[in-house]
Design a protein around this ligand. Structure first.
Ligand code: ZN
Length: 73
């Protein structure tokens, strides 16, 4: 599947994921940085951007390679 940078930005640009309960939250990145945005479910301020390249912890090997291949094209 082709990935479009602009579509990515539109879809994931302002979406963050709670590190505690994994809830998705759409928010302004600046607000997230300054801790003004809390998770709806658990009120945690630990949010990470949804579009962070690859999940680094679980089985990233194959997925990472595949993603890199796509980018080169
Ligand atoms: Zn949460």
């Amino acid at each position: 599947m082709a990935r479009h940078k602009e579509a990515d930005k539109r879809l994931f640009g302002n979406v963050f994921v709670c590190k505690v309960c994994k809830a998705k939250r759409k928010a302004d990145p600046h607000k997230v940085k300054s801790d003004k945005v809390k998770c709806r479910k658990c009120n945690a301020k630990k949010l990470r951007p949804k579009n962070r390249e690859i999940r680094t912890s679980t089985g990233a090997g194959a997925a990472a390679a595949a993603t890199k291949d796509k980018k080169k094209k």
